[in-house]
Design a protein around this ligand. Structure first.
Ligand code: NAD
Ligand code: UFG
Length: 342
């Protein structure tokens, strides 16, 4: 029988792509999402790609009664992937309680219900933001956690601690914590992708909207950093590579008999790209020019960070594979499908 997985935030960017990979790998998926940052048409996209329509519950994970009803009406859930969270760094500074409540109460509700409903494992979406500005790159999982620079970042650090403390207390569950670097791109079918609300804060959606003529010009936030071309460096990871890692993590938790109860993995390519290099790779891959200017540094930006993904490569047997040019073409195809509507 197919194992049943609950994907919270499953109509969101990473959740929708992961749902596709879970279905392709033979899992049955139940999604819960409150549609605060996504819409239900995403389910149609998932169905069009996979031929399977996942069960969908519109509901809020901060409401424990809603979750209890879900576990009761969908018995036999073996594992959870918890994507549901608020994720805008700037907004979290303006509305810290919203971020602490949404991100932490969601996690605590899920953890509390897992033993009651016999759910064995939870994959948690963390972020390389927990490392702050690294002392050295590439950065591995043993690097120190630095003081968070936003309430959003702090929710990731606290969430990791909550999971560790709960499991240390003897809770009969396992967890894999995945620290994502910078997820970008879209499904190659262009049927699902990232849906930024309003003016995008992140580089790739802003870039593709500029290429489409929706934004006049991309601003490169600073070219006076201590990097080869002066712009900031990140580890951009293709969304399908990222989604695949969740399937591997879930299978390891559910089927791996003697794995540690909590494991942490970086998910990145191991290669750092500057903002200017990323713009160049978009132009080379698509043949489309991106008008840009060099602007001021953005407050709070990390200068350079890229992953040492060795642990995920060796322990999970997972490796980022999609070349950045393919990722850029997929991001552009998705933007074209969205059209001028944003
Ligand atoms: P997203 O906003 O596209 O997806 C999150 C989904 O969760 C949305 O569909 C939203 O409607 C839903 N949601 C939010 N609060 C909810 C609640 N209380 N109950 C039910 N549904 C709720 O974001 P994403 O980029 O797919 O991110 C997924 C996870 O990965 C988040 O936890 C995020 O913090 C983490 N993450 C993202 C990035 C990134 O760059 N995208 C990087 C590191 C970590
Ligand atoms: N950038 C620009 N112009 C823009 C937007 C971004 O030059 O219009 C630059 C930024 O300065 C940075 C790089 O592009 O150097 C990437 O910026 P993003 O905003 O896309 O990504 P960040 O690395 O700043 O942060 C993202 C998420 C965080 C998450 C982090 C690590 O927004 O929530 O990745 O996963 F914590």
């Amino acid at each position: 029988m197919k194992k049943k997985i609950l994907v919270t935030g499953g109509t969101g960017y990473i959740g929708s792509h992961t749902t596709v990979e879970l279905i392709n790998a033979g899992y049955e998926v139940v999604i819960i999402d409150n549609l605060s940052n996504s819409n239900r048409e995403v389910i149609d996209g998932i169905e069009a790609i996979t031929g399977v329509r996942p069960a969908f519950v519109e509901g809020d994970c901060t409401d424990i009664a809603t979750l209890r009803n879900l576990f009761t009406s969908h018995p036999g859930i073996a594992g959870i992937i918890n994507f549901a969270a608020s994720k805008a760094v700037g907004e979290s500074v303006q509305k810290p309680l919203l971020y602490y409540r949404n991100n932490l109460v969601t996690l605590m509700n899920l953890l509390e219900l897992m033993p009651e409903f016999g759910v064995r494992g939870i994959v948690f979406s963390s972020s390389c933001t927990v490392y702050g500005e690294p002392d050295k790159n590439p950065i591995d999982e043993t690097a120190p956690i630095k003081a968070a620079t936003s309430p959003y970042g702090n929710t990731k650090q606290i969430s990791e601690e909550i999971i560790e403390d709960y499991i240390a207390s003897g809770a009969p569950i396992k967890s894999i914590i995945l620290r994502y670097f910078n997820p970008i791109g879209a499904h190659p079918s262009a049927l699902i992708g990232e849906l930024p609300v309003g003016v995008p804060q992140n580089l790739v959606p802003y870039l593709t909207q500029t290429a489409a003529g929706i934004r006049e010009q991309l601003t490169v936030f600073g070219n006076d950093y201590s990097t080869p071309d002066g712009s900031c460096i990140r580890d951009y990871i293709d969304i399908i590579d990222l989604a695949r890692a969740h399937v591997i993590a879930m299978t390891r938790m559910l089927d791996g008999a003697d794995t540690d109860a909590v494991e942490i993995f970086n998910l990145g390519t191991g290669r750092g790209l500057s903002v200017l290099e990323l713009i160049n790779s978009f132009e080379a891959a698509t043949g489309v020019k991106v008008p840009y200017r060099i602007g001021e540094r953005r407050e709070g930006d990390i200068e350079k960070i890229w992953a040492d993904p060795k642990k995920a490569n060796e322990v999970l047997g997972w490796k980022a594979e999609v070349p950045v040019e393919d990722t850029m073409r997929n991001a552009w195809a998705w933007q074209q499908r969205l059209g001028q509507s944003l």
